[in-house]
Design a protein around this ligand. Structure first.
Ligand SMILES: [Zn+2]
Length: 185
């Protein structure tokens, strides 16, 4: 499994997609450029001024990443990721990882947009997840209106909800629905 991935590229992808949360009265967490700055700074990515255009681009990226996350097959996910990579000015560097082994580092030139930088980071994270646990474990919450994305780490691939909150909410609603039907005939 992926172990603790809270500070990884995968967590960035997941968190970015979840900045739009239909469960909340105000679903949009990235309302203005300052919100984007906050999101980026907490991930220790250095970037200059954030404009409305940056925000619009990042919101567009977010929708695209959700579509990748919800892809039914590996082929479909990879096709979409290839489109994303084709639109990024990317170059490859090598570094030594914690175990002393070389690894590829994908980078974008420093003058590229924040959306491009987040694209590389998030796409790399999603690729890692697909490699290690498979596309079917990239899930989104089944308790509408919540659509939060998460990685299904359950042993039998059965996790359907982002949280206990949503699991309880879903089961309570299903229970009430059964009662209503049996009462109403
Ligand atoms: Zn949920």
């Amino acid at each position: 499994m992926l172990g603790d991935y809270r500070n990884s590229s995968l967590a960035l992808a997941e968190d970015l997609i979840n900045t739009f949360d239909l469960y909340l009265e105000q679903p949009e967490h990235l309302r203005e450029p300052a919100d984007l700055r906050h999101f980026v700074e907490t991930r220790e990515i250095q970037f200059g001024d954030f404009t409305q255009s940056d925000l619009d681009q990042v919101r567009g990226l977010r929708s695209y990443l959700r579509a990748v996350w919800e892809a039914e097959t590996t082929d479909e996910a990879l096709r979409m990721l290839n489109v994303l990579f084709a639109n990024i000015s990317i170059y490859v560097q090598l570094e030594v990882d914690a175990g002393g082994k070389p690894r590829f580092l994908f980078q974008v030139p420093p003058d590229e947009s924040i959306a491009q930088r987040l694209s590389v980071e998030a796409a790399t994270g999603i690729v890692t997840a697909i490699q290690q646990v498979g596309v079917e474990r990239l899930r989104s919450c089944a308790a509408e209106p919540c659509r939060k994305v998460f990685i299904d780490g359950s042993r039998n691939h059965s996790r359907r909800f982002c949280s206990d909150r949503c699991s309880n909410r879903y089961n309570t609603a299903a229970f009430r629905e059964r009662q209503r039907r049996s009462d109403g005939g």
